[in-house]
Design a protein around this ligand. Sequence first.
Ligand SMILES: Cc1cc2nc3c(=O)[nH]c(=O)nc-3n(C[C@H](O)[C@H](O)[C@H](O)COP(=O)(O)OP(=O)(O)OC[C@H]3O[C@@H](n4cnc5c(N)ncnc54)[C@H](O)[C@@H]3O)c2cc1C
Length: 416
Amino acid sequence: MTMLDALVVGKGPAALACAAALAERGVSTGVLGPAGEVHWPAKYGVWADELQDAGVPPLFDQTWPRAVVHAGRPHRLERTYARVDNARMAAWLAGRCGRAGVRTMDGAATGFSARTAATAVRLHEGGTVEARLVVDATGHKPALLPRQERPAQAYQTALGWTIEADVHPFAPGEAVLMDWRDGHLPAGERGGFPTFLYAFPLADGRIFVEETALAARPALPLALLETRLWRRLDGMGVRVRRVVDREEVWIPMGGELPRRHARVVGFGAAGGFVHPATGYSLARSLAAAPALAEAVAAALDTPGATPESATAAAWDAMWPADRRRRFALFRFGMEQLVRMDGDAARDFFDSFFSLPDADWRGYLSDRLTAREVSGVMARLFTHASGGTRRRLALGTLGPGGRDLAASLLHTAVRAG
Ligand SMILES: Cc1cc2nc3c(=O)[nH]c(=O)nc-3n(C[C@H](O)[C@H](O)[C@H](O)COP(=O)(O)OP(=O)(O)OC[C@H]3O[C@@H](n4cnc5c(N)ncnc54)[C@H](O)[C@@H]3O)c2cc1C
């Protein structure tokens, strides 16, 4: 059996983007995952410009030219939100893989062994596949990398339905990014753990509605989200005729910064790409693949290259010091979300979406440096209400506060 330069484990969006980029740079690549047609169950929402900037064609099944956030008052965001057409996106990535010569393999990875010139990945079906570099892109529960959850991990959970409704208030062309209003809840539940509605009207007349707990520790149960979704729809006067399908979301948030591993590098959700304050990772995975491929191609071409040197080069390309500091800042942001009740969340997001466009767009994306993220946080602090300022100041004493202090100190020292 010929040894591969790179084996990418997984067949999700991150794995296919990574495998395509590697092979397009001349790295002999295999991709290993479940047999059969590639199937991505999640319904992915993205900001259209983020995929465009990553050089990804607009493979969307629908776009909304505007998004709205209800947080105290409504904020209308003039930025196109889009829902990815999974089948076309998967076909586009698989096509690139095919044209670049990626070897597609069916199977489940169960572990690996370090050999001198390669890493051998064991398959549940029997046998091994050897490669000089192994990329774990197997999602939120990585198959090969040790899990690095914090002792008390936070989670995003959400329950989504596609519904048919006789009456509803959703405006065409407008995606509801967050609706934090809670007047529909019984008095005793208001001000409890905050959840918001994420919703958009679909071209076929149906509506997608999802009740989301942005970051909670422990995870908010789906049964509670379901009760809240019914109550919310009822309170909004939505007359549901039929629930057509259901999506359950479970995303570990924050967690430990991925550590450098000698033989396996993580990519996508497995590699810690999930934005600690939003739960999104798709745009980052698609945007990061070329940089990873560039670094790996160069490392494997270096005389004396070893599996360890290739893995280290891949990790360094994904996690330069500035990105690690930024992760710490975002994780501080996530820790503040975990502590907020409904009133605090509305107040916070009212301030957040009152920031200049470049600030909130940058914070939600993967594009700012640690210094720029600190700048956004400082402006938010300055312009926030007294209550939010007090909570954020107190937050520096809690989980994530040390991360924040270290990151700000580092940024200040470098700037000075
Ligand atoms: C329901 C849901 C909705 C989401 N919505 C959004 C969103 O709107 N926007 C956004 O940016 N993010 C969203 N996320 C977060 C994140 O972007 C997704 O989780 C995304 O699917 C991560 O992509 P991935 O390729 O890293 O992992 P995955 O999509 O999880 O893919 C992992 C792949 O690895 C394979 N695999 C697993 N174990 C093995 C093994 N042992 N051997 C071989 N293969 C294996 C799986 O079969 C799968 O093909 C959502 C997450 C969920 C769960």
